[in-house]
Design a protein around this ligand. Structure first.
Ligand code: PEP
Ligand code: MG
Length: 766
């Protein structure tokens, strides 16, 4: 295959450059790096070789140094005196821009780019065009590789891809030859024994004390370049066979004790068979890479592309891809299968896939700390089920924590303490003991009803999305599943499973609930999460884009199939269905019509009717608040989704950690909104519940009850504490306090409500 790299001017950077040329170039690079002599000398040769092969006037290699600074490490074409002198901060200049976003830049006229920074010492006055790519190793940008030409000329995709392949090979070779030592890359803490505090986002609360174990997802690739594509293709296909077997074994294993993981793991089977993925890897092998280097390259490409997508959920699916690619790399390189852990281990990683997490011995695992990660990632779901405290988005975790460092992970306060003093350890040990005792206390009262002191019964339900979550129902003795997020198991799948597969899943959920009510919510996905149509454009604001009910009303076959599966699964049982992101009455009517069509079809086809049928809506788009009169006439129930409702009311992205504490659910606008809804529902005798995160926080739950909510749905861990506070509360007392408070101008009412609750001896631990 020969790629013509035609530029708009008709001239390309190196005339015609084929896959064969690339293969030869990679082989030469490998030989130079593997050669003898000082590292600097070898790098100098490398940049000269690239410039020569790509017929560029300049090739420069910038390497990331301590303090997020990129240093010109070697250059062909720029002034040699600038080497080790020219430094750019990440985000500064074009090189800094490439490193900051981990994505390539290809500019015909670099000087006219707003980020361009002129560095006179480099003598770059003569060079107009610039193409630069990040050098990525183990998922981290370790430098930037740049070529420049005198003439002003554009670059095409093949040229960018060629430079990316070269950059990947150099990055691996640099790591293998330890061009820059790890300690040189990052700031040192100064005094290594000083305790250090790092903060992060809480994915699952709890406290863990142990020693740091670095999760090593990255497999060191020994051989990068091969002259024998046939053998490499064979290796790839054999490894894919083993990968499928491994995934099948995990699925089989999950049928027993951990049946709850089954649905996550099923997705892996689909990935492992994805033809697009496999053929991209094959292509890279044909261009001269070994099977493992090709897997790594395709994975790096996918990663870079996915990181540019603005959709947090899609980005989370990256973990699954990382997980699978690492498994495949492990097979190809004969790496570790089951990592050993010390007795009390706190696992440190950039990010982790669910199967990687399951590979560790959970009895020894006391916590998980990630540099990335977010609440809906699959590993967080697994960690939650295993009740392992998890802190995510801990900046600098990998650079600042060393293996075997003693760590206190305080995922209640969102922090970790590195190298803690004896006093700190004692303090936290006491907290762990207290938590163990509290959990035992919750377990002991799990059968007590959630009834307030003045006899108001509150229905407590759990939110679920994976079969894994079902065990929470039994453990907490909740009243039912108030929100079943049907999209969760399907998010990482290339297409939505057929009716039969969906039916099997919903049936398991209904059976698993053992007669307790389950409220299914129809798909709440964006078009980019499940391939429902081809050629779909990227959206600027996916949370407000073509998602959820908007998508399923535009693709009614999806909704029909889903409803068909639910109706069939609920034969003879209670069926509760609700629609997400309803913004107006017409959308609800349209969705309900489709439901009626499917119900009709089911009955006419001889299907058994569900015992009862209730059709409701999520209230999570503020526009519905001004359509409540019409809405309550049509729905059987309303479930308030405070997560989305908050983000749309305050125009504050719910995934943005910087805004996480800026607006409070316990604030006048939110409480007034809830009150408006409960009043409408009360008048129309329509059931109302709250199923956003708010419902699972004891103080918030108290306010919700005060405002008239009698039905709350939350993650299973919230049930114990919320039951506790409800049993201690007197609704009439709190109601008048909250109604008065609602008229205040304060941004948050939390402290005042907390003080009120404490005064009345309600839940001292609030
Ligand atoms: C909500 O928006 O409050 C909600 C419960 O739905 P989700 O968190 O799935 O968007
Ligand atoms: Mg929502």
């Amino acid at each position: 295959m020969s790629h013509e790299r035609q530029s708009m001017s008709g001239k390309s950077i190196s005339g015609t450059f084929s896959a064969g040329d690339l293969r030869r170039m990679l082989a030469r690079l490998r030989d130079v790096m593997a050669g003898v002599g000082a590292v600097q000398g070898r790098l100098d040769k490398v940049v000269a070789l690239i410039a020569q092969d790509l017929r560029a006037d300049v090739c420069s290699c910038y390497v990331m140094r301590a303090g997020e600074v990129l240093e010109l490490f070697a250059t062909f074409g720029l002034a040699q005196k600038a080497v080790h002198q020219t430094r750019l901060r990440v985000g500064e200049g074009l090189v800094g821009e490439i490193a900051a976003h981990a994505r390539p830049l290809a500019l015909a006229d670099a000087w006219s780019h707003p980020q361009f920074v002129y560095r006179p010492e480099t003598g770059e006055d003569f060079f107009r065009s610039l193409m630069g790519v990040p050098m990525i190793q183990a998922g981290r940008v370790i430098g930037v590789l740049v070529v420049q030409t005198r003439e002003e000329r554009p670059f095409n995709d093949w040229e960018v891809e060629t430079l990316e392949t070269v950059a990947m090979v150099i990055a691996e070779l640099m790591a293998a030859t330890q061009v820059v030592k790890r300690e040189e890359l990052f700031h040192s803490e100064g005094n290594a024994t000083l305790h250090v505090r790092l903060v992060g986002a809480i994915l699952h609360p709890g406290v863990g004390i142990g020693c740091a174990v670095m999760h090593k997802p990255h497999v060191r690739i020994g051989r990068l370049v091969s002259d024998d594509p046939v053998t490499e293709q064979y290796r790839l296909h054999t490894a894919l066979g083993s990968l499928r077997q491994e995934v099948d074994a995990l699925i089989d294993g999950s049928r027993g004790e951990e049946s709850e993981y089954g649905d996550i793991l099923e997705v892996y089977r689909m990935f492992a068979d994805d033809r697009g993925w496999i053929s991209r890897i094959s292509e890279m092998i044909s261009s001269g890479l070994t099977a493992e280097a090709a897997v790594q390259k395709v994975h790096d490409d996918t990663r870079t592309r996915m990181l540019q997508v603005n959709d947090p959920i899609l980005r989370e699916r990256l973990q699954d891809l990382d997980d699978l690619a690492n498994r495949l790399l492990n097979i190809l390189t004969g790496g570790d299968k089951r990592p050993e852990l010390p007795d009390n281990a706190i696992l440190i990683c950039r990010s982790i896939g669910p199967t990687e997490l399951l590979n560790y011995d959970r009895r020894k695992l006391k916590g998980l700390v990630m540099e990335e990660g977010s609440p809906t990632m699959h590993a967080a779901v697994v960690a939650k089920a295993l009740d392992i405290p998890v802190l995510a988005q801990v900046q600098g975790a990998l650079a600042r924590i060393d293996a075997l460092d003693v760590i206190v992970l305080d995922a209640n306060a969102g922090q970790i303490i590195l190298r803690p003093s004896e006093e700190v350890i004692d303090l936290y040990t006491a907290a762990i003991d207290a938590r163990t005792k509290r959990r035992a206390d919750y377990a002991a009262v799990r059968d007590l009803p959630a009834v307030t002191q003045d006899g108001v019964k509150i229905s407590l339900n759990i939110n679920a999305g994976f079969l894994l979550d079902m065990q929470g129902l039994a453990e907490t003795n909740a009243d039912g599943i108030g929100l079943y997020r049907t999209e969760m198991p399907f998010l990482a799948m290339p297409t939505l499973p057929d009716v039969r597969a969906q039916y099997a899943l919903y049936k398991q959920v209904i059976d698993g609930a053992k007669g307790k009510p389950v409220t299914f919510r129809t798909l709440d996905v964006g078009g980019d999460k499940i391939a429902v149509s081809s050629g779909q454009e990227e959206e600027d604001n996916p949370a407000m884009g073509w998602r959820s009910i908007r998508l399923t009303l535009d693709r009614p076959a999806l909704l029909r199939q889903q409803l068909r599966a639910m109706i069939k699964a609920a034969e003879g049982a209670a069926l509760r269905v609700m629609f997400p992101m309803i913004a107006n009455i017409a959308e609800f009517d349209a969705a309900k019509r489709i439901f009626a069509l499917e119900m009709d079809r089911h009955l006419k086809g001889g299907g058994l009717a569900p015992k009862t049928v209730k059709v409701g809506t999520m209230l999570e788009v503020p526009s519905l608040l001004w359509q409540l009169d019409a809405l309550v006439e049509r729905v059987d129930f309303i479930s308030i989704g405070t997560n989305d409702l908050m983000q749309f009311m305050f125009a504050a992205d719910r995934g943005n950690t910087r805004l996480a504490n800026r607006y409070d659910t316990l604030s006048p606008p939110v409480l007034k909104m809830i009150h408006t809804v409960t009043q409408h529902c009360e008048k129309a005798n329509v059931e109302v519940s709250v199923c956003g995160e708010m419902a699972g926080k004891p103080l918030d739950a108290l306010a919700l009850v005060a405002l008239g909510c009698r039905n709350l749905s939350m993650s299973a861990t919230g049930i114990g504490p919320v039951r506790d506070i409800i049993r201690a509360a007197t609704v009439s007392d709190i109601r008048s306090f909250v109604l008065d408070l609602m008229e205040s101008d304060d941004a948050s009412l939390r402290e005042r409500l907390r003080a009120f609750a404490r005064d009345r001896g309600i839940a001292a631990q609030l």
